[in-house]
Design a protein around this ligand. Structure first.
Ligand SMILES: [Zn+2]
Length: 242
């Protein structure tokens, strides 16, 4: 992750599930590109440190939450990859049906609302998404990915960052053309052919397609002026009807 520029200085953390309900994790306040094996720490699923001379990261709470609610997950990656984190800082999910491989592998990558890193509030914001997704953006913070093993969790992180770069390139090149819901359905059906196991929660939202009909329950942002104009218009229509 350090070599790829997904983290700098002491950022990011990695962990894997060990037999017997123990977690092997990277320590706090150390550059993850310069670790030695005995810098790693071992904790219980409750976060209590069992072994290691270094201190455990407060961000491990996020990993533990994922392990507790996802028995299929054996590794978690947390990083601040610049392009994906740019989306997270702009309040944008990576949720457009743009690339077949991303749709097959991850479906979409939602944005989890901001909460202070390393606090229970971040866990509370994250919790509803964990059963349904293997990759999440954390608003104004970074990304977290998981998988059945460490390489799979890392690959998901690479995919998130690569996808973010491609979305930016597509937007710079013109107006991105999204795939249709029919094409997305075909890709989701093909998942088993690529040995992709969807998260067990099953309730994942599909990416936004070219013919998307949602919007009814999507949050919208209006300026005061736009809101007042809408109200005025509604009142006027109501008066003319009477
Ligand atoms: Zn972080």
């Amino acid at each position: 992750m350090y070599e790829r520029g997904f983290i700098v200085a002491c950022e990011g953390n990695l962990s894997v599930r060990l037999p017997g309900g123990r977690i092997l994790a990277t320590p706090t306040c150390m550059n993850k590109g310069m670790l030695e094996p005995d810098d790693l720490v071992v904790t219980g699923l409750d976060g209590r440190q069992i072994a290691g001379r270094r201190r455990v990261s407060s961000e491990l709470a996020m990993h533990l939450l994922i392990y507790r609610s996802r028995p299929d997950v054996n590794a978690v990656c947390h990083a601040h990859p610049p392009s994906a984190t740019g989306f997270a800082a702009a309040g944008r999910a990576l949720d457009q049906a743009m690339l077949p491989e991303v749709i097959i592998g991850l479906g979409q990558i939602p944005l989890v609302r901001y909460a202070t890193p390393g606090t229970p509030e971040l866990g509370a914001a994250l919790e509803p998404f964990v059963p349904h997704y293997d990759a999440l953006l954390l608003a104004n913070h970074g990304a977290v990915t998981c998988g059945p093993d460490l390489l799979a969790a890392f690959h998901n992180m690479e995919t998130v960052e690569h996808f973010a770069k491609i979305v930016l390139a597509a937007e710079a090149a013109g107006e991105p053309k999204l795939l249709s819901s029919r094409e997305v359905a075909k890709l989701m059906a093909a998942r088993s052919r690529y040995s992709v196991t969807a998260p067990p929660g099953g309730g994942a939202e599909l990416p936004i397609t070219s013919d998307d009909e949602r919007g009814g329950d999507e949050p919208v942002t209006l300026t005061r002026e736009e809101l007042e104009a809408l109200i005025d218009e509604a009142v006027r229509k109501d008066r003319t009807r009477r």
